[in-house]
Every structure is written in structure tokens, then in C-alpha cells.
Ligand binder design. Sequence first.
Ligand code: NAD
Length: 488
Amino acid sequence: MDPIDQARQEPATIVLAPGDGIGPEIMDATMCILDAARVPLKTESVVLGQAAYEAGEPSGVPERAWELLRAHPTLLKGPMTTPQGGGYKSVNVTLRKSLGLFANVRQCKAYSPFVSSNHPGMNLVIIRENEEDLYAGIEHQQTDEVVQCLKLVTRPGCESIIRYAFEYARAYGRRRVTCMTKDNIMKMTDGLFHRIFEEVSAEYGDIEAHHEIIDIGAARVAAQPERYEVIVTLNLYGDILSDIAAQVAGSIGLAGSTNVGRHAAMFEAVHGSAPDIAGKGVANPSGLIVAATQMLVHLGLSSHATKIKNAWLRTLEDGIHTADIYREGLSRIHADTETFTRAVIERLGVLPERLEPVRYTGTGFLLPEWRAEPPGPRRLAGVDVFLAWSEADRDPDELGRRLGPLADAAFDLRVITNRGVKVFPEGLSETLRTDHWRCRFMGCRATDYGDVLKLLDRIHQAGLEVIKTENLYELADAEPGYSMAQGQ
Ligand code: NAD
């Protein structure tokens, strides 16, 4: 046993949620293997999902589950059926948001030739920010023609996920972390992510750090996934990229997924509850077994994780395959869940011969609390006023003529844009004009928010409809805290 495991005094307690459909079968299989490997764990079981909904709990997470998770914040979770029809919240989303699970980790690995893949050497991990970006869920219908979704990217969010990626690389013996963003276009949001990646990577001299633009990065993941070890990225890109990578690896049915926060972590298979085969005893427990090994590394039980994962690899290699991965000529034994589980147990302590054995050495980790820095200098320099306007054939010069005098002595009407493109002064007649106008007023003198309110009042009194405003700040060294308009 490795010294880290030996040093553990008390066995950790984890919360088990077997889930719906095949969940209980694959959870039993997984726990049999953990027991046989003598993993020092205590367990507490909870009912989440379908049975909880049916018992009248609309969130699918009963109060007892929250109490247990507060006391023992490591959850091994079977798949949950999402009920059809409205009124029910997804258990996964509820757990992720309530427990602050900011990191989603998905390993995409080929087990070729035992599971067919076009990229036999592929073994990458995607670490996706889980809470922010366009998934913050802040959307508005602003005008008849325009809806918006706010892309929120925060320093705490970026620092957490990027630091997690480097800590993960260390814990799992990975040597390279690649950051993917679109900061050539989104210079502020994706730019912040990239900048913090540069800052944090400087603290991890033992790990190579690279940045790629997400579009070429995604194309390379599809074509040459062997190039990558760990990829860290924002929520939306990570969502898309993890499906591309899982598909390319060819082993989505064998994949585990981890959701980690500062206080809690949740481990599960990537697949769903497979109602079509539930209760038949034929489900492949591999996804949950792999997730459980990730949980053991997280808990600092690396030698147990290593032993179980190697036994599982050897089982695949020996051709003992459940129906979902069984292939004539490649597989040897058509196994049901129990046969597969027994085969893994029989191989505990045995290494694979053709697949590369794993050797986890990490100690497991939760990130420390994020500490806010004292606020930096910030000066109100102007305001973007967004209007709904479709009068006068949507002539931007007419809008400029009406707004110019309203700027008064405090402001200067600098530019009007439509969908981010300059239309006043001197726009191009070819530019499409929707009913949604961004009018940028820069302060002519020291501006305070009272000046903005007076400006808005004048615009309102002139019969124009303000739909929202954004303050324009200058930061340290007069750096603008806002993007320039296209053509400005
Ligand atoms: P699914 O992954 O459950 O099933 C897709 C196909 O793969 C089915 O043919 C199924 O039999 C097969 N399959 C899945 N897991 C298998 C396993 N371990 N062994 C052998 N075959 C397996 O996807 P679905 O049918 O789209 O979803 C079913 C339910 O699961 C839905 O209610 C969905 O919302 C839910 N779901 C839950 C999670 C989760 O809890 N994390 C994830 C995905 C889907």
C-alpha cells in the first residue's frame, strides 16, 4: 500500500446514490469490486431521482441527502432518469449548482484494439468550467427582434478551473495542459480566461502550458487527439469538445465523469439510466467503475484506484465483454454484469499486458477558498445606452440627430452601433439595422452616476425607449474596461 494510503487514519465516508434504471445494478457491481479490493470506505445511501420525485420531492433531492452531503461531501452517483414533462428539475443540475461543483472532468481514452477507435493512442482529459459563461442562464428578450444571453466570465471562476486543471495534471501524472479560448474575438471574457491561464501556469513550472484558439483546437481534437493530455476551457466550448472527444475515442459507454467544487465532489458514469435494459442484469458497469477509481484518487486512495483500474483494463484485454462492447473475433466471453464484475475482482493485483497500466500517485485535493484582492482603480468614463427603436426607416443619422443634443455638456455621443457594427456617424448603408441600438456616450468631464441618470431621463423625456445601460469604466493606467465598436 502506498504511504499516503497508509497514513490515512479514519476511513472516509462517501454518499451513494444508486440512481434509476440500471443504476442499482451497476452500483452493486462497483461496490462489490471496491469491497473486494478492501478499499477503506464507509458508505451512506440516499435515494435521489425518480423515487424521490415520486415521493413528492420536486427537486429529486430530499433533505436527508443534503444533510448527508454536508457531512460527507463525496457522492458516487448512478444515472438518474429525467422525468418527461414540466415541473421537475434535473437532479444533476440541482446537485451541480447547489454544491458549487465548478469543474467537470471527463477522460476520453481509446481502449483499442479491445474497443474499436480510430485513434488508438488517444488519452485526453477535458476539464470544463461548469457554472459560468453562457450557461449562467441570464437571457432577455430585449426588443421584438433581439434576444440576448449574457456571457459571464469571472476571475474566481477562471482561477478555480485553471488551478484545478494544473492540480489535476499533477495528481494524475499528466505533463501538459492546453487552454482553449476564442480570445481573438472575445478579448475581454475569453481574454480574461487566457490571461489567468498564463498567470496560473507560471506557478506550475513542472507542467507544460499551451494556448490554442478553440476552433482550430476542436478540429485538432477530432483529427489528432493524441496531441493532447489535459484541455481546460470555458463551459460552452467544454460541453461541445467533450462530446467530440468522447465520440472520437469510441468509448463513451466506458467513460466516467467527475464534478468537483471547493467543498464537494460527485462521480458518475457518462451514460444514462438505460431503461431499455434495466433489471436484465446485462448492463456494463465500466463507466461507474471508472468514475469510482477517479473518486478514490480524489480521496487520496491512489493505490486502490490503481489496483482496480488495472484489473478492469485486464478484464477488457482478456476479452470479457458485456453486450454493448462485445465484438465477434475480438471478444472472448459474452459477459453479463455479474460475470464482468467477478472477472474484475479475480484480476485485482494483475496488470494489463497490452493496454498501458495506470499508476496513480496523487494525493487528492480540494482547492482552497478563493481570496478576493482589494478592488483596483475604476473611473466611470461613459455609458452605453441600449434603445429599442424602429422609427424613421431606422435611419441611424436621424437617431444620431435626436440623441446628440440630449448628450448635453456632460457627455459626447461617440458612436451608435447595430449588432456591434458602427452605423453612426458615417456608417455603411449595407449594414443590417435591427430594432436594437447601442448608443455610446463618453463623459466630457469627470462623470458620476448621477450624470448617467440625468442623461437617461432626458432620453426618456424625448420619447425614446431605453432597454438597458452598461457603465463604461476606465481601469488602471486608463485601460478601457469595455470593447470598442466594430468600425469605431
Ligand atoms: P442512455 O445512456 O441511458 O442509453 C443510450 C443507449 O446506451 C441505450 O441503448 C442503453 O441501453 C445503452 N447503454 C447505456 N448505458 C449502458 C451500459 N452501462 N451498459 C450497456 N448499455 C448501456 O441514454 P438515454 O436513453 O438517452 O437516456 C435514458 C435516461 O437517462 C434519460 O432519462 C436521460 O435523461 C437519463 N440520463 C441521465 C444521465 C445522468 O444521470 N448523468 C446522463 C444521460 C442521460
